[in-house]
Structure formats: structure tokens, C-alpha cells
Design a protein around this ligand. Structure first.
Ligand SMILES: [Ca+2]
Ligand SMILES: [Ca+2]
Length: 331
């Protein structure tokens, strides 16, 4: 029997739909201690938060999935579009080309505060060319997609009928049921000597010892899942969340009655970078750290860790994963 074209397309769509939800895990709602008082200022204070249950993808979105999205929609990512000079007052015209930030290890460093020593805004770097125009993703189907801006991540999520997690949802899922633990798998970084996530061993940014087996990104299931069955919440790539960044958390609620439910981050105006008063590009919260997080620099391979990222920025170590809320807590 030959199916009419409309039926074939419907069937394709249905199998597509089931494929997109099959790799999701249900996270039952609950109250947890968000943040940490033991590390960077922006993670404090620890405060209780309640989130409703939701579905979350088991891994970051891979190149394989992102390719399907681009094929279906023709989406062009931010990194592939030359920036509009109006959005970047004072920028030199020859700097306004399509490209993305690529980590290039320097031969020496003098000041770890100056990230321009290892980040290069590279012409022709984008999700298909993660290390520059001559690179490709031929053998990286199962690696997380990188060089995606916030709007690229959101466009994918909308196409998939999903959403991006709030910071609270992301952190709750990352903790894997271990309330207050330091890492997504417990309190020890390498239990029994085993690396539980793709991070950086050795002195960043000069010496990558890759004792965990990976120099750059890794296949999304290369490391063990957390207690909820989620891979790569920590390390590999940072992940976009839907929340505007604020420089610290709210205080803990004085009484159980007043614990925030499904919090959605701070106001957009507070997310601007205070060190760049002339460029007001709002920033979202990134979570989980990446393969570039090292003990001597950016110890952010923990569920509580957070980082502010301008929404139009894309880099070789930032990706995302999606969630689905039920009707009762849909945004
Ligand atoms: Ca590594
Ligand atoms: Ca991650």
C-alpha cells in the first residue's frame, strides 16, 4: 500500500515528535537549596526554592539534532550573520564580521583576568565550523552543538515544541536528587579517581592534561549520568538558561510559606554588564561549566555555579538543552 503524501508527512512528523521526546527524563518537583555559600560571590546565598515537575533532555542538544532543526527550518545562527553596527557603538567596522569566539590556547599568559589571551573572535567560526572555517563537524554528530546564541537556542526549543529551563529548574535537575551536594554526583570531585565530567585538568589555559580523555568537547554520553539519568549537566559545554542574570541570589525565605515557587530570575535591566556602561546587551545565566573549567581558573563545574553571558554571544564552549513543562506550570 502506498500512503498519500500528506500521510507520509504526518507519519514523519509523528516519528520526529516521538524521537524528540524519547530522550527526556521526568524530574519530579520539589524544594531544594539553590546556590552555594562556599565559592564565588554570585552563587550566594544558599536559599530554598520550589520547582514544579518538568521534563528535561537527557543530554545537551547535539550537532545531529541541531542539523535536523536547521534542515527543517532554514535557521541561520547569530554567528553566521554580520553584526549590525548600530548595536555596537564604537566598534571598528573591520571588526564587524560574521564569526564566533573560539578558544585558542596561548603560548604564554600574564594575567588570568584578561580572557582575550585565549578567546579569538574568529571569522567563519560557527556551529558547522567549531574551530574556524577550515574545521567541520563530520565526526562530531554526538557532540553538543556550540556557537549558538540565546536566540538560536530558543529557536531550536520552539521548533521542538519545548522550552529552555529556568536557572532553578536547571540547577534542581543538575543536583540529581542530592540536595546541597558540591557536585552533581556527590561531594568528591573524582570519586575513586574517576572523572565524572569533561573539565580541564592542569594549569589553564596553557596545559591541558586531558586526564578525563578529552581536550575539547566530548560525545554527550561519554561521562556517567547523575541521579536523575542526566548526562553532562556539569562540564563539556555551559548551557543557556532562560533567566536574566543577577549578581547574587535572593535571601533565603524567613518562613516555609514564603519559599519562591518556580522563580524566573531577575529583571533584564539588572543583567547588563556594569563594566561596560555603553553597551547594554542583556545577559542570561549559563550553568554547569565547560571543558575549559580548571581548578586554577573558573571552578564552576558545580550545580550552584553560574555565569553571565550576553544574549548575542556564541562560543566554542556554550550549548544548551531543552525542557518541557506540563500545562500547570507552562510559561
Ligand atoms: Ca577535558
Ligand atoms: Ca553541560
Amino acid at each position: 500500500m502506498t500512503l498519500p503524501r500528506a500521510d507520509i508527512e504526518r507519519n514523519d512528523r509523528q516519528s520526529e515528535d516521538s524521537r524528540l521526546v524519547e530522550d527526556m527524563v521526568w524530574i519530579p518537583g520539589g524544594t531544594f537549596r539553590m546556590g552555594s555559600n562556599d565559592h564565588y560571590r554570585e552563587e550566594a546565598p544558599v536559599h530554598r526554592v520550589t520547582v514544579d515537575g518538568f521534563w528535561i533532555e537527557r543530554t545537551p542538544v547535539t550537532n545531529r539534532r541541531f542539523k535536523q532543526f536547521v534542515k527543517a527550518t532554514g535557521h541561520v545562527t547569530t554567528a553566521e550573520i554580520p553584526p549590525d553596527p548600530k548595536d555596537y557603538p564604537g566598534a571598528l567596522p573591520h571588526m564587524l564580521y560574521a564569526g564566533s569566539l573560539v578558544f585558542v590556547p596561548p603560548s604564554s599568559t600574564f594575567d588570568l583576568r584578561d580572557w582575550s589571551q585565549w578567546w579569538t573572535f574568529m571569522k567563519g567560526a560557527d556551529w558547522r565550523h567549531p574551530y574556524g572555517p577550515k574545521s567541520n563537524i563530520n565526526v562530531l554528530d554526538d557532540h553538543p552543538v556550540v556557537h549558538v546564541s540565546y536566540s538560536d537556542a530558543l529557536a531550536y526549543a520552539r521548533w521542538a515544541g519545548k522550552d529552555l529551563p529556568t536557572e532553578a529548574e536547571w540547577e534542581f535537575a543538575a543536583r540529581g536528587g542530592l540536595d546541597g551536594a558540591e557536585f552533581a554526583w556527590g561531594d568528591e570531585f573524582t570519586p575513586g579517581g574517576v572523572h565524572m565530567a569533561n573539565t580541564w585538568q592542569g594549569g589553564f589555559p596553557l596545559h591541558n592534561l586531558h586526564l578525563d580523555g578529552y581536550d575539547r568537547t566530548s560525545p554527550v554520553k561519554a561521562f556517567p549520568p547523575n541521579g536523575y539519568g542526566l548526562h553532562d549537566m556539569i562540564g563539556n559545554v555551559w548551557e543557556w538558561t532562560a533567566d536574566w542574570y543577577s549578581p547574587k541570589h535572593e535571601a533565603d525565605a524567613p518562613k516555609a510559606c514564603c519559599i519562591p515557587q518556580n522563580p524566573r530570575g531577575g529583571p533584564e535591566e539588572q543583567s547588563y554588564d556594569p563594566s561596560q556602561p555603553n553597551i547594554q546587551i542583556p545577559r542570561k545565566v549559563l550553568k554547569g561549566g565547560s571543558h575549559l573549567c580548571a581548578p586554577n581558573y573558573c571552578r564552576r563545574y558545580r550545580p550552584a555555579a553560574r555565569h553571565a553571558e550576553p544574549i548575542d554571544t556564541s562560543t566554542s564552549h556554550v550549548g544548551f538543552r531543552c525542557i518541557m513543562r506540563t500545562d500547570s506550570n507552562a510559561s
